[in-house]
Ligand binder design. Structure first.
Ligand code: UDP
Length: 479
């Protein structure tokens, strides 16, 4: 933790590995490029998961981690949606956070800045008590952020469920969106998760700034609009792409097996298939995907998880409880052994996406996965499942970075459609167009992170503000 002279930032990642990973990358950049000391303060409702520990253990020793005592969620129904559990975990961790800040203050090691993510704004109450400057790290893109900033107005002006809206909603700077594609918690306005989302979003205005993990080439119009000053909107800084640079939680043998297998495949021939840290398919969808991959005749590396009726069922723990291999169609592994590799629950995604044998990524459009693909120039097939993934998919298709796997009328992507879109991406004309666009985006991602690049300059600007605030806090602590 900070020694009192170096500028000190505290970061609270709300539960979920997809929230932690980009914040870890932010922490590394603050340490390496700006001389900050960083302390991760980790809330949870149970002891830290293996995946969390693995990510945090991989950090340099100058980035400290403090695990808050588990928040009591015993009164929360097991059917509560992930956004409700996440928000409640952060909110109910405030007493422990207050105690921690109290000790740090007594030791004159109080951070100057507290960075939280989308669901962490209640921690601003504690930050305010200690004059710690509050910031938000928005781990998704500027399109979804713009939508969220607009949500309180939509809430006031739309009386029905958003999913019943017959026309797409036009928000300046955003890709037009139908209500059915709104972020998951907006699909049922009576559900607690919607109330929590709205609650957090309404508190965005209390932040001194919002950092966004996106970059200018990807959504130039939106970024221009979201950065325009407006009452009640803090300054918005585009600082991405911050992407997973390590291998976390992959079993060493699995890691070796995946990469070794990729070493033996032709250049650009393999489709990587993964639904992130928590995504699961229904049994029917799992079978259709398996049969479609086989039917496509293309090479694939598929990370499987046991099927479930709830798309986010593995969100808090990526490891499947049942053996996921037992759900595969009979004879599937044998039939596809020349072309495919299937691994259970978790794979070293960062390394996989940099491998030259990878020719495409069928993804759930989690924002980290999307950015990891973009920085490697790997074209996408968009297969969104939950959270803000449908909105991410719209953006990615709109900019030409992804093909879309189309749902049938029964809500399932059939095997023929899987085979069509996979062949289209790996060898079709449409795949070539997406590949070309991805190459441009990859170059853009390199440009914005150069010393004089857009995202580097944005983070420089923020870090100067934070350092100034640290000096003020130090003076206050001395007087
Ligand atoms: N990830 C990984 N191996 C896996 C699945 C996921 O390393 O088998 C990493 C992935 O590289 C990404 C993160 O976990 O950094 C998932 O974040 P994303 O935003 O894509 O999706 P989420 O899991 O939050 O839905």
């Amino acid at each position: 933790m900070a020694d009192g002279n170096t500028p000190h930032v505290a970061i609270i990642p709300s539960p979920g590995i997809g929230h932690l990973i980009p914040l870890v990358e932010l922490a590394k950049r603050l340490l390496d490029n700006h001389g900050f000391t960083v302390t991760f303060i980790i809330p949870g409702d149970s002891p830290p998961s293996k995946a969390q520990r693995s990510v945090l253990n991989s950090l340099p020793s100058s980035i400290a981690s403090v695990f808050l005592p588990p928040a009591d969620l015993s009164d929360v129904p097991s059917t509560a949606r992930i956004e409700t559990r996440i928000s409640l975990t952060v909110t109910r961790s405030n007493p422990a956070l207050r105690e921690l800040f109290g000790s740090l203050s007594a030791e004159k090691r109080l951070p100057a800045v507290l960075v939280v993510d989308l669901f962490g704004t209640d921690a601003f109450d504690v930050a305010a008590e200690f004059h710690v400057s509050p910031y938000i790290f928005y781990a998704s893109n500027a399109n979804v952020l713009t939508f969220l900033l607009h949500l309180p107005k939509l809430d006031e002006t739309v009386s029905c469920e958003f999913r019943e809206l017959t026309e797409p909603v036009i928000i300046p700077g955003c890709v037009p969106i139908t209500g059915k594609d709104f972020v998951d918690p907006c699909q049922d306005r009576k559900d607690e998760s919607y109330k929590w989302l709205l609650h957090n979003v309404k508190r965005f205005k209390e932040a001194e700034g919002i950092l966004v993990n996106s970059f200018v080439d990807l959504e130039p119009n939106t970024i221009k609009i979201v950065q325009e000053p407006a009452p009640d909107k803090p300054p918005v800084y585009l600082i991405g792409p911050l992407v997973n640079s390590g291998s976390h939680d992959a079993d060493v043998n699995d890691e070796y097996k995946c990469l070794n297998w990729l070493d033996n495949q032709p250049f650009g021939s393999v489709l990587y298939v993964s639904f992130g840290s928590g995504g699961t398919l229904t049994f029917e969808q799992f079978i259709e995907l398996a049969l479609g991959l086989a039917e496509s005749g293309k090479r694939f590396l598929w990370v499987i998880r046991s099927p479930s009726g709830i798309a986010s069922s593995s969100y808090f723990n990526p490891q499947s409880r049942n053996d996921p291999f037992s759900f595969l169609p009979q004879g599937f592994l044998d039939r596809t052994k020349e072309k495919g590799l299937v691994v259970g629950s978790w794979a070293p995604q960062a390394q996989i996406l940099t491998h030259t044998s990878i020719g495409g990524f069928l993804t759930h459009c989690g924002w980290n996965s999307s950015l990891e693909s973009i920085v490697n120039g790997v074209p996408l097939i968009a297969w969104p499942l939950y959270a803000e993934q449908k909105m991410n998919a719209l953006l990615l298709v709109d900019v030409g970075a992804a093909l879309r796997a189309r749902l049938g009328e029964d809500g399932v992507v059939g095997r023929e459609e899987v085979a069509r879109v996979v062949k289209g991406l790996i060898e079709g004309e449409e795949g070539n167009a997406v590949r070309k666009k991805m190459k441009e985006l990859k170059e853009g991602a390199v440009r914005v992170l150069r010393d004089d690049g857009f995202s580097t300059k944005s983070l420089n600007e923020v870090s100067l503000k934070w350092k100034a605030h640290q000096r003020k806090i130090d003076q206050e602590q001395e007087s």
